[in-house]
Design a protein around this ligand. Structure first.
Ligand code: CIR
Length: 256
């Protein structure tokens, strides 16, 4: 959870066409831009360098950069999103990653599919949840790639109806995970310290630990209090607009 850099992408007017499981309203670009700026400021407040890429109108979900790559100290891996409308986002991200990683970029190839939202890197392993966006072939390819860098990958499941594995969890420190009860019930975090988000605050689980702070969606008072009591410095960011597109705190950046 110690990072020198992050990459983000500004939301564009086309976010109104972003994918969503359920229509709960039209995302407001002006509000999303304000929230995005606060998010970038929170990342920068920790001393990290943040590269902000320009909006990509051709790809309505491109603000959710996390899904395009996995960044590890040894190298970056370009994902292959399971959502057809998002496939082209990867080529748009590749040059930004190549600027830092040089020619070490690896990639997931068809018929494999993985989105970064299904990957949780902990202090000891890379956990990947199968989902509607991530298939066994993609996970197998990624296992081989991260294995070359000395990482162990463990394949787990994402609960039915949940977009991504990390929709329901976030790393708090190398050994501690914030998770929903429905995800933790699958035993995928056995051996870790798990803090459960209080019932009714499931959408708070998708937080990120970034250097000294835990960045979480605003409006989940009981979760924020729990994290505060556990000794974490919490920064809350309004997430109302990204939530309309099933997005949260982890989706908005690549961290490395
Ligand atoms: C999608 O359905 O792909 C976007 N509307 C939301 C992606 C959220 N990404 C993430 O959780 N890593």
């Amino acid at each position: 959870f110690e990072f020198r850099r992050a990459i983000t992408r500004k939301p564009g007017a086309s976010i109104i066409d972003g994918l969503r499981a359920e229509d709960i309203g039209r995302p407001d670009l002006e509000q999303m831009l304000r929230d995005h700026a606060a998010y970038v400021a929170a990342l920068r407040s920790t001393g990290a360098e943040v590269v902000e890429l320009p909006a990509l109108e051709a790809f309505p979900d491109a603000v959710f950069v996390e899904d395009t790559a996995l960044c590890l100290p040894q190298g970056a891996v370009l994902m292959r999103p399971g959502a057809p409308s998002r496939l082209g986002e990867v080529a748009e991200m590749a040059p930004a990653l190549a600027a830092f990683y040089g020619d070490t970029l690896r990639e997931i190839a068809a018929p494999g599919c993985i989105e970064g939202g299904d990957i949780l890197v902990t202090g000891r392993e890379v956990l990947v949840g199968l989902s509607a966006r991530t298939n066994p072939e993609g996970v197998a390819q990624l296992a081989e790639i991260v294995g070359d860098g000395g990482h162990t990958l463990r394949r787990v499941d994402t609960p039915e109806g949940v977009l991504h594995f990390k929709t329901d969890c976030g790393l708090l420190d190398g050994e501690t995970i914030l998770a929903t009860g429905r995800l933790a019930a699958s035993s995928c975090f056995d051996g870790y310290k798990v803090l459960l988000v209080p019932e009714g605050e499931e959408a708070a689980a998708n937080c990120i630990r970034f250097n000294g702070v835990v960045i979480m969606a605003a409006g989940f008072v009981r979760t924020a209090e729990m994290l505060d009591r556990a000794g974490f410095e919490v920064v809350q960011i309004n997430n109302s607009e990204c939530a309309k597109l099933d997005g949260g705190m982890s989706c908005l950046s690549l961290r490395f």
